[in-house]
Design a protein around this ligand. Sequence first.
Ligand SMILES: Nc1ncnc2c1ncn2[C@@H]1O[C@H](COP(=O)(O)OP(=O)(O)O)[C@@H](O)[C@H]1O
Ligand SMILES: [Mg+2]
Length: 608
Amino acid sequence: MKYFRSIIHFAKPYMGYAWLNIIANVFYALFGTLAFVSLMPMLKVLFQNATKVSSRPEFQGLGNVGQYGEDLMNYYITQQIETQGELYALSWMIALVISTFLLKNLFGYTAMYFITFLRNGVLKDLRNEVYRKTVALPIAYYSEKRKGDTIARISSDILEIQHSFLSILELLVREPLMIVFTIVAMLLISAKLTLFVFIFIPLSGFAIAYIGKSLKQKSGRVQKEQGIFLSIVEETLGGLKIIKGFNAQGQFQERFESSTRRFFRFSNKLMHRQSLAVPISEFLGILVIAILLWFGGSMVLVEHSLAPEAFIVYMGLAYNILTPAKAISKASYSVKKGNAAAERVLEVLTTESNIKEPENPIAKRDFNESIELCNIRFRYEKEWVLNALSIKIAKGQTVALVGQSGSGKSTIANLLTRFYDVQEGSIKLDGKDIRDLRIKDLRGLMGLVTQDSILFNDTVFGNMRVAKPDATEQEILEALEVANAKEFVLALPEGLHTNIGDSGNKLSGGQKQRLSIARAVLKNPPIMILDEATSALDTESERLVQDALDKMMKHRTSVVIAHRLSTIQKADLIVVMSKGKIVEQGKHDELLQAKGIYHNLVKMQSFQ
Ligand SMILES: Nc1ncnc2c1ncn2[C@@H]1O[C@H](COP(=O)(O)OP(=O)(O)O)[C@@H](O)[C@H]1O
Ligand SMILES: [Mg+2]
């Protein structure tokens, strides 16, 4: 119930609809019961069994309401038959039956109509909230999670919540009311017989508890497996070239099939357990009905204390009570199933980001002096990746980070942008700890160009607007110009408005890279962080991209992580890193003269 309450929280904005639903349901349950009771006068006429009542009965308080109702009914039937004949009376009684059934269904529809807004509204809000959280969670969260798992939570888990949890909302009012009204009607017809119905309640409670026991656990496994196979699909689509190129279809097919096999097994178990619900409660129900038939039958045949038509209606009501009872027992399984899904969704929503916004952020929208890494230590897991490292980058400078792969260069870029936080020491922007700035302000000051250019399935225009949502075509063209990308973009079939495919795959590597540079240019931040922005390119496009980068870095402060040393000779400071430490630093010429590690690195590359 814990999760159910948290989910119900999302229904708050739709409480108006909930009230309308409740009101409609009260009438639905009322007319649902009356619909059966209304069969009684019709049967009376048919069986010619109406006691003649020629004077209108007096109302004598609620205690005798059953007798009063029957007398009143008999009085009207007597009148009708005497003045208009039996067939005429029958047609009136049939009209009564039709109109109560009509009203019942009308209110039933109305109730569903209103609750639909609530159900789908909760679905929508929950999805929006999970999406917001998905983006807000730190990058680190996803290095351990499968993407498909996140996709499963936002799609099928939330759908399961809507399906199972919220379907009980519509039962919550309607079915209990239906039971109450029906029991009242049954009590009015025969109190003695009604006592037997209560046998059904503990019996079915027992059955429900038995079936529901393992349902949550089973459902949790099914939902989790869904995440796994979505992950496989996601990875397969992302790596199609490698899968085909390495003839690895078989491996992936096997991986996928082992997941669907598990899904097959788990969901078979789940559904088998679930399918038990209806037959068991129906069979228990019919046992009760059999008992009623025996006792009621003897009341009609032997004791003559119950009229046959009253007994027929009574049996109808007793059977009718099974429907809501069944619905309630089904709903209780639904809650168990929904619980598993809700747990997974709420897990995302309640995960605290370990990249915290400061409580009292320092307002800072500009960059004036320097960025400083002060004696920082950082690790992703157990091993220190950066160890007691200090670098000062003055405004306007270009600082290059070089060193073997794995030496911690990209990690520095991750820390500057606060994708991760340092464990010891601090990073200061104009003397202020970046953890005291609003994350949005900090990132607003930085432009990021990564090695694998990340583009979206949209037009060039749409991709550029990621950096600046209100950019005009003119501004975008200017940024493309700086990035040496204008020419090729304008040559595309629809220019700026050409769709560039999934992750920009309709473009070449160099073109993608220039677009992501143009995107950073358009943002126009004072600080640029370039993480191996040219290392994936051939010489020709590297020249174009390098030229674009040089233009972009002019008048800016830049941190350049470079694989090819030829690209950073002009840097104001070259920092040579090894295993998370600075081993050398200085300008290109100084470092060459020192004949140290940098000298060796340059020598090795010039042989290539
Ligand atoms: N998300 C991560 N989780 C755990 N370890 C990581 C992660 N990213 C990088 N590392 C480790 O940190 C070290 C430095 O990586 P990185 O900064 O990417 O190196 P570089 O960019 O210099 O090649 C490597 O040993 C790498 O294995
Ligand atoms: Mg790197």
